[in-house]
Design a protein around this ligand. Structure first.
Ligand code: ADP
Length: 156
């Protein structure tokens, strides 16, 4: 028999749970949206990261609370200012996929110091790969999973 440490068990469990078991619905806006509308969406949808998509739901960028705070400083008209100027854009977006183990995605959140990852499916449009946004994976999802594992457990 092989001797398993508690850390082996935790790694096995978290390595077996996939993003598709733990992610949330995406909150997206179009790339021509204003900074003002992005801020309103952040409040009404109660999220801290919004994904910016083109027609068809393809990932263009993400905008965080601090991005919008920064864009709000100074004397600019936020209803006229496109969210595009404030977002972090592709290809610099760290993403996850439905079949990725949550442990790997959690490491991405830590290593890149971000709060959320877009969950994407790769689709080929006109011979180019595009990322279709199907969800978001956040630190809250990890907290929920953490509590669920303690409350209801997990069978390996
Ligand atoms: P906040 O800035 O509100 O603390 P984050 O720490 O998530 O939120 O974001 C820090 C920076 O990283 C922001 O400029 C944001 O646009 C960018 N960012 C957020 N999520 C991602 C991601 N998944 N991939 C790449 N950059 C991201």
């Amino acid at each position: 028999y092989t001797h398993k440490t508690p850390s082996d068990y935790i790694a096995t469990i978290l390595g077996n749970i996939q993003i598709s078991d733990a992610h949330s619905l995406p909150v997206v806006i179009r790339e021509n949206c204003s900074v003002y509308n992005a801020i309103v969406t952040m409040f009404t949808e109660d999220v801290s990261t919004i994904m910016i998509v083109s027609e068809g739901g393809f990932l263009e960028g993400v905008v965080s609370r601090k991005d919008l705070l920064k864009a709000s400083m100074g004397d600019r008209n936020l209803t006229e200012l496109p969210v595009k100027v404030a977002m972090t854009r592709m290809p610099n977006i760290i993403v996850t996929t439905p079949d990725e183990p949550v442990l790997d995605a959690a490491k991405k959140l830590l290593n890149h110091q971000v709060d959320a990852l877009p969950v994407v499916k790769v689709v080929v449009v006109d011979k180019t790969e595009k990322l279709q946004v199907v969800g978001r994976f956040t630190k809250t999802n990890i907290t929920r999973l953490f509590v669920q594992l303690a409350d209801t457990g997990y069978s390996i």
